[in-house]
Design a protein around this ligand. Structure first.
Ligand code: FAD
Length: 318
């Protein structure tokens, strides 16, 4: 069976959920071989083996933390040359997409970004994408070189599938460009204790209807009752009510959670572009004609200042 390289996104050995989702998808098209780089790379092996990695290629070097992206591209290229995989899967984070694009260029391969599903095909893996502000779903495959595919978080369930996960050292020679852009400092974002927006299983978002920064407290309370991340429409962000890092949509982040709750959001196409692939969509809006109701699974016509706190209280009792 062909091997499929999976780029491991981890923090000091703790594997992030999107990588475990990639392992689920990788198993559909071949045998997953994980590539873990940087500090704690070897510590990822147990989690990766538990989720189906037949092999874990590791390389620890300070360059991965000290310089932007290129050392990781060098390592992935070395892994491709060593394994000749059927595909390379990378999580669709900002960094992941840059790594994937640079890798595809190096390999002379085609690339598919922001896939939301993946299946085996007669002529190689077939990726599903949601395009044109989520108006269409397309299926495509790479016809030239080793397919490089980035996959959006929450595109697949994390499934346990114990495998050997044998750790092997990857031999990497850094290119001249590897040390081209040095990281001079890192400022950790203040933690809210909530999950990362793009990785969250549940997202609760507020829009212009929330009517003020202070009122976002009711959106946050609902989010916290569900263990959810908080999102915001651009109207709410532009008004200064919530940070841009939480904006969902065409010029914000793209999310695909199991459950998306939109409160006081009209459902403009640019907002839909960032959330339409959510598995279940719920909207709370006082205007029964709001376009958001065209795409919801469940809609509540009502004042969010009544509905959201009532929902939070009900959830807390369960
Ligand atoms: P509105 O459209 O004003 O809707 C507010 C809704 O709240 C209304 O439906 C109203 O009925 C409801 N409401 C009001 N009060 C209450 C209440 N008390 N209870 C219940 N409901 C209530 N937008 C994004 O979100 N993300 C993007 O990334 C983005 N990118 C853009 C890029 C471009 C190039 C452009 C041109 C626009 C972009 N926009 C984006 C803006 C987008 O077009 C909309 O203007 C924006 O999404 C509207 O936000 P909203 O739904 O919160 O506000």
């Amino acid at each position: 069976m062909a091997e499929v390289l999976v780029y491991v996104d981890h923090v000091d050995g703790a594997v992030r959920k999107p990588t475990l989702e990639l392992l689920t998808l990788a198993r559909r098209i071949g045998e997953p071989v994980a590539v873990a780089l940087g500090n704690g790379a070897a510590d990822t092996a147990a989690a990766l083996a538990e989720h189906g990695a037949v092999k874990v290629l590791t390389h620890e070097a300070s360059e991965y933390a000290d310089y932007l992206v290129v050392p990781k591209v060098d390592a992935l290229q070395a892994a491709v040359e060593a394994v000749s995989p059927a595909a390379v899967l990378v999580p669709s984070s900002a960094e992941g997409k840059e790594i994937a694009a640079r890798l595809a260029l190096r390999l002379g391969s085609g690339i598919i970004t922001d896939a939301v599903d993946l299946e085996a095909g007669d002529e190689g893996p077939v990726a599903t994408q949601s395009v044109f502000a989520a108006s269409f779903t397309t299926k495509s495959r790479v016809s030239k070189g080793t397919p490089v595919i980035t996959v959006k978080p929450n595109s697949a369930a994390v499934e346990a599938a114990p495998a050997a996960g044998a750790v092997e050292a990857l031999s990497v020679t850094f290119s001249e460009k590897a040390t081209g852009t040095k990281v001079t400092g890192r400022t950790p974002r203040e933690s809210t204790g909530r999950p990362e927006l793009t990785e969250a299983a549940i997202v609760v978002s507020g829009g212009r209807g929330v009517n003020g920064a202070e009122n976002f407290a009711i959106i946050e309370a609902l989010a916290d009752s569900l263990g959810a991340a908080v999102g915001a429409s651009r109207a709410a962000v532009d008004a200064g009510w919530y940070p841009h890092t939480n904006q969902v949509g065409q010029t914000g982040k793209s999310v695909s959670p199991q459950l998306y709750i939109a409160s006081g959001i009209s459902g403009a196409i640019q907002h839909r572009a960032g959330m339409q692939t959510s598995k279940t969509i719920v909207a709370i809006n006082k205007d029964a004609e709001a376009p958001i109701f065209d795409l919801v699974d469940y809609g509540v016509v009502g004042d969010l200042f009544d509905v959201v706190p009532a929902l939070t209280e009900e959830i807390k009792t369960r």
